[in-house]
Design a protein around this ligand. Structure first.
Ligand SMILES: NC(=O)C1=CN([C@@H]2O[C@H](COP(=O)(O)OP(=O)(O)OC[C@H]3O[C@@H](n4cnc5c(N)ncnc54)[C@H](O)[C@@H]3O)[C@@H](O)[C@H]2O)[C@@H](O)CC1
Length: 458
């Protein structure tokens, strides 16, 4: 990178952006750049520079491009390039009207990674001029907090965000992830620092999923135990067992009031005994405290869900994964649910530190924080909104328990479990409704479809 001429990275970024915009225009029924009307909203930094150079490429390909400068300062080279390519430049934040009334795409080059959260009045006014037109954001949707995914004040809501080098936290974490729309990554040859937030991909999960060693037996593959469900919620036991009993662990134990039901539906599930991991709390009702106490006394790693979260008073002294949704986490740490939803990264990290446990905060973008602050937070990107259905969390707890019993580290068990759970939901849903049982049934098929990598066998 040291040998790159000045501006080379911006040229690469602008070229990637321009071609992504052309594809975007084609998707929307335009032929491509030729004859399209493109409005660039240009801030004072390099983000605006990317937009201007991309606009120049589009103008040379026959697009009618107008840059609306939102500041007295704008990237000089970019302005000159756009003018030379036949584009027009309007200063003072007001469009000359050359593309409005039928703008095919608005390019948000207001701010990128150098921006402070919130939009200034001139940016809000410029966006209002083009209301209704599709928006492509350059690198990040302007106005969101890039490093936390939080929003504070107004921000752009993009249809597409074209980012450079690597995904940023705002592309992964809600609420900013929702404002990013679809995110396309352009490799521009950046030297990147270690991430603070990351997301597993299919290859990562394939490498983590436990596979039986040639000479493995059911005990070496791991035994997962579940103390879940109750007379009030017997279904929670069945669903958690269905998540655990997918064949990922060597054996599944169930202890609780739904034992007869569980055995009738799962003849391979056995009763009490030793386990390498216990799952507690899903639908446990009044038995949540005792389930947690029994499991904790075993000294093995735990998955702690739902009702047992309420029994927590502090660190447990054993490796643990807490699996709250926003309401449960809010109750646990005595915060408002709305605050937890607005700052999932912050609160997942806070709870992980407070309870010395991996915290898996469920949501559209499930956020998984380790108690070790040096470990990147993992954000899950698989799934479908159809997964918001009763019992799906019980299935997730059982699935994570089986991965934990099979020997995965808690952060890996939680994040691989969330990935598989989301992928199973997408597969079972096929674009339509899905039940928690359907999600559990689809888990083996998702594992079969993972890419071939060199997995660790047990
Ligand atoms: N880092 C890199 O190596 C590369 C960066 N590139 C682009 O450069 C961008 C970063 O550029 P900059 O560091 O110049 O920063 P930005 O362009 O993101 O923003 C900084 C400018 O915006 C102003 N500003 C800050 N907050 C604002 C707000 N809320 N409303 C209005 N104006 C605000 C600041 O006064 C400053 O002038 C990236 O997002 C990317 O688009 C690309 O050209 C490729 C290479």
């Amino acid at each position: 990178m040291a040998d790159l001429p000045e501006g080379a990275l911006m040229q690469r970024a602008a070229a990637g952006l321009a071609y992504a915009i052309i594809d975007f225009l084609r998707e929307r029924g335009r032929g491509g750049a030729y004859g399209s009307r493109v409005a660039l909203l240009v801030g004072s930094g390099d983000n605006g520079g990317d937009a201007l150079y991309a606009g120049a490429i589009l103008a040379r390909r026959g697009a009618r491009v107008e840059a609306v400068l939102l500041s007295d300062r704008a990237h000089e080279g970019g302005v000159a390039a756009l003018r030379a390519a036949g584009g027009t430049v309007a200063s003072g934040g007001v469009s000359t009207g050359s593309t409005s009334g039928g703008t095919d795409v608005v390019v948000d080059g207001i701010v990128g990674i150098g921006g402070k959260p919130g939009l200034r009045a001139e940016a809000e006014a410029a966006l209002a001029m083009f209301e209704g037109a599709p928006v492509v954001s350059v690198d990040t949707p302007s106005g969101v907090c890039v490093d936390t995914g939080e929003v504070d004040g107004s921000h752009v809501s993009a249809d597409l965000t074209v980012t450079f080098g690597t995904y940023k936290p705002c592309h992964l974490l809600d609420p900013a992830a929702s404002a990013s729309g679809r995110v396309e990554l352009v490799d521009i040859g950046l030297d990147l620092p270690a991430p603070s937030v990351e997301s597993l991909e299919a290859e990562d999960v394939a490498a983590l999923v436990p596979r039986p060693a040639p000479d493995g037996h059911k005990y070496t593959r791991g035994v997962v135990g579940l103390r879940v469900g109750s007379a009030t919620y017997p279904g929670a036991a069945l669903l958690a067992v269905s998540g655990a009993n997918t064949g990922l662990a060597g054996m599944v134990r169930y202890v609780g009031t739904a034992a007869e039901w569980v055995k009738r539906h799962n003849p391979e599930v056995v009763g009490d005994g030793q386990a390498q991991a216990w799952v507690v709390g899903s639908g446990s009702a009044d038995g949540a405290n005792s389930a947690l106490a029994f499991a904790r006394a075993s000294g093995v790693p735990l998955v702690i869900d739902a009702d047992s979260l309420r029994a927590l008073t502090g660190p447990l002294g054993v490796p643990a994964i807490l699996t709250p949704h926003a309401g449960e986490l809010a109750a646990l740490i005595r915060e408002d649910r709305a605050d937890v939803e607005a700052r999932p990264l912050h609160y997942a990290r806070l709870a992980a530190k407070r309870y010395h446990a991996v915290v898996l905060l469920k949501g559209r973008r499930t956020t998984i924080a380790s108690p070790d602050p040096a470990t990147p937070v993992r954000v899950n990107t698989t799934g479908t909104s159809w997964l918001a259905t009763a019992g799906s969390g019980d299935v997730l707890g059982g699935l994570i328990g089986s991965l934990l019993a099979a020997g995965l580290a808690p952060i890996d068990a939680a994040s691989a479990g969330a990935w598989l759970h989301g992928a199973a939901a997408t597969l079972a849903s096929a674009g339509g409704p899905v039940t928690a049982s359907g999600v559990a049934s689809a888990i083996p098929a998702v594992i079969r479809s993972l890419p071939a990598v060199s997995p660790r066998s047990r």
